[in-house]
Design a protein around this ligand. Structure first.
Ligand code: JE8
Length: 229
């Protein structure tokens, strides 16, 4: 079963991983998630994990020593994929989710403040049993890596065999749908009642003509894809 080790000074963020699909996947032994408090590896009576930046500048930088200890504690002799969340990282997308879903062990380093001393990236990149991935979930500013890790885990874990009840919904969904080899977004969905606040469900969806419905859905999905770009 795939193992995910999450390291953070705010382990409470990850209580959401007890819920819904991910909570069920954990309870049924499809994935193993361990949350680790970086402060357990902090030094001194004040348990500090940060310090002022060399070269000056605003804010604080996370010290490498607690990170080294926390990462070494969860490392195995096998391939360790170390994911370091940073706005400077490679943009996370569905292809990366698929790649990460194929790994048996991922370590997520969730920094705060101005981020983690860069020697953590440098050191583990130089270790043959580690593969370091600097990842960003998108071009907007977050306060740390925790929420980004939640986003990534949700995208990754639903791809693990057995996690989705209905594997058809995996093949059918957005970003795997294609028209002439191009990825298109989802078509719009409707359910009962057939009329709501003066708005009707498109007639064709009530027709029972499966060929026409498929063509209509593709046409609407292509429209949405074009409006988005
Ligand atoms: C982070 C982050 C991802 C994304 C990830 C990790 C650690 C103003 N400063 C905010 C600038 C440097 C980073 C500071 C906060 N921070 C942000 C992210 C992310 N993954 N897509 N946006 N932001 C850290 C510290």
């Amino acid at each position: 079963m795939p193992k995910y080790d999450l390291i953070s000074i705010f382990p409470g963020y990850f209580s959401a991983l007890d819920l819904s699909l991910i909570g069920k996947a954990r309870a049924s032994g499809l994935v193993n998630i361990s949350v680790h408090d970086l402060r357990d590896h902090a030094g001194g009576i004040h348990k500090s994990v940060d310090d002022t930046p060399y070269g000056g500048g605003a804010g604080m930088v996370m010290s490498p020593e607690p990170w080294g200890k926390a990462i070494d504690e969860v490392a195995t002799s096998q391939a360790n994929h170390l994911v370091i969340l940073t706005p400077a990282g490679k943009k996370f997308d569905q292809a990366m989710a698929q790649e990460f879903a194929s790994f048996e062990h991922l370590i997520f380093a969730c920094g705060r403040y101005e981020g983690i001393d860069h020697r953590v990236t440098e050191f583990y990149s130089s270790q043959p049993q580690f593969i370091v991935h600097e990842v960003s979930i998108g071009d907007y500013v977050l306060n740390g890596g925790e929420v980004a890790t939640l986003v990534m885990l949700e995208a990754i874990i639903r791809l693990i065999p057995g996690v989705l009840g209905n594997p058809e919904s995996l093949a059918e969904e957005s970003h795997t749908l294609t028209v002439e080899g191009e990825a298109i977004v989802e078509y719009p969905n409707y359910t009962k009642p057939v009329e709501w606040r003066g708005l009707s469900v498109p007639e064709i969806l009530l027709s029972g003509n499966h060929g026409a419905i498929k063509a209509y859905r593709t046409q609407e999905a292509v429209k949405r894809t074009q409006n988005r770009e």
